[in-house]
Every structure is written in C-alpha cells, then in structure tokens.
Design a protein around this ligand. Structure first.
Ligand code: ZN
Length: 280
C-alpha cells in the first residue's frame, strides 16, 4: 500500500474515532479528582507514528496547538498513585471496551485486527515487550488502525514475586519499545494475571500510566471452547464493561473464532465499543 493511501485510511479511522468520542468517550478516564478535567477535555484520536510526520487536519486536532515541526516528545505526566486499578469505564450510554492481552502474536493478532477492522471497531492491546520486539510490524498496524496500546510488562512475570527494581525494568523496557514501535509512550498499564502491588501502582504513576484492569474475563486463556467464550461476552455485556481476551500466550484460535460472532452481536445490541482518549 502506498504511504498516501495509508494516510487516507488512517484519516478515515481517525474521523470515525472522533465521532465516537463526540458520542461520549470524553469522560472515559475516571479517576477521582481527575474526572472533571477529563470530562471537559475534547475527544481526540490516538495518533500513531504517521501523525508525527504530518499533522492530520481532522477536526479532532483543532484544540491541540500544532507547531511547525515535529512535536516535542512529551514527558510522561506523573499521575496520582492509585490503590486499586480501574475495573470499568463510565456508563455513558451503552459503551463497552475491548482489551486483548499478551501479544502481539503473528498467528492470532492479525485475525483479530482484521475482525475489528471489518466492523470499524477500535480496541486496547496490552502488549508484552518481548513480543513487541519480534512483531514490530503488528504494533505499527495497531497504530495505523487507531487502536490503543498499553504496557503489560516485558516477560509477563507475576509482579508480586519481584523486587521494585525488577518491576521497574519490566515496565520501563516495555514502555520504551512501545514508544519506538507505536509512536508514543503507553498511558495504560495492566499487571500480568491482574496481580497488582504497591510498586506497580507507584511506578505506573511515575511513568504516566493508569492501571487498567477488566470487568469480564472471557477465560479464553483456559481454552474453554468457542461457545463458552461467546457466552461469557454476550451474557456479561452491559454498559461500562471492560472485556478481557488474549491474542497470545497459547493457542488463541478459539478467541479468534469467538470474536467473529460476539463482536457483531454486541454491535447489533446497540453497544458502542470505545477506547480511552488520549490525554491533552
Ligand atoms: Zn497477561
């Protein structure tokens, strides 16, 4: 594909994301005292590497000051240290969020991206640095197609068994390779196995990442059968729900198959599948 075609495709996706934002994602990031600030922020899509080379003229960018050259790399904003992760998104209408962990993986991630693209849906991918390193093109594709990526550590360890410097290394290396491949630092962190500890919350806040958990676990990691995965999503669907699936870490063919059925079901049921806004 030519580069200008990529731009056009990306612009279309961003326009879609802006519309979605206008429908109510502006308040997505809830966090105690920060909620108000986020609510008043204009919705903005998530720019990937391309956005660094040429400012897009999407209306969503109007409130961002555009300077002549490439924007300076923003330092991660220090965040409030939480004591528990975010489990749901605000209930603005029938909004839900899809998340995929442990990838990217060359056997499964492309199929999931294809299905998301087919339905014009954006999702969050919590990436492991060691998988990013060998599948950089898939992270570039995520950026290209408007998905949001988060930090899921480098090697997927149980953080509660590590000391602080080991946790820091796991998180920092991953943020750096995401910045290199996706085009910006991740603003979201998810602890492997959902096993959080104080160091993870503190370090995440220092690195500008909010801790994102989930509401519904599809249990696809246990390969329970495609029908079970579909049922867990469809019966768990509700406003504000964050769905957890996996695009790596084992045989994920059931995940790939299941999403082809549950995604159109959610859309037909009137759900809007959203991703967090970039902070301004
Ligand atoms: Zn994981």
């Amino acid at each position: 594909m030519q580069k200008d075609q990529l731009f056009t495709r990306r612009r279309m996706l961003l326009a879609g994301a802006a519309v979605l934002g206008a429908a109510g994602t502006a308040g997505l990031v809830v966090a105690g005292g920060e909620e108000e600030a986020v609510r008043t922020a204009a919705p903005a899509p998530v720019p990937g590497p391309q956005a660094r080379q040429a400012p897009l003229r999407s209306s969503a960018f109007r409130l961002r000051p555009l300077t002549g050259g490439a924007p300076a790399r923003p330092a991660p904003r220090r965040l409030k240290v939480r004591t528990e992760p975010i489990f749901r998104i605000p209930e603005h209408g029938r909004q839900m969020m899809l998340t995929f962990d442990d990838g990217p993986n060359p056997d499964y991630t492309p199929h999931i991206l294809d299905t998301l693209a087919k339905h014009d849906v954006r999702a969050m991918f919590f990436l492991c640095g060691e998988c990013v390193e060998v599948n950089q093109h898939l992270v570039a594709r995520m950026a290209e197609e408007g998905h949001v990526v988060g930090n899921h550590t480098w090697t997927h360890p149980l953080l509660t068994t590590l000391d602080r410097s080991e946790i820091k290394s796991e998180m920092e290396r991953t943020s750096h390779i995401i910045e290199k491949t996706y085009g910006e630092l991740p603003q979201w962190f998810r602890a492997p196995y959902g096993a959080w500890n104080r160091a993870a919350f503190q370090l995440g806040a220092e690195m500008g990442m909010e801790p994102m958990a989930w509401t519904i676990d599809t249990t696809d990691w246990d390969t329970p059968g495609t029908d079970v995965i579909i049922d867990r999503v469809e019966s768990g669907a509700a406003p504000g729900v964050v769905i957890l699936s996996h695009d790596a870490g084992g045989d994920r063919s059931q995940t790939v198959e299941a999403i082809q059925e549950w995604l159109p079901y959610l859309l037909d049921s009137g759900y809007h599948l959203t991703v967090p806004n970039r902070r301004l």
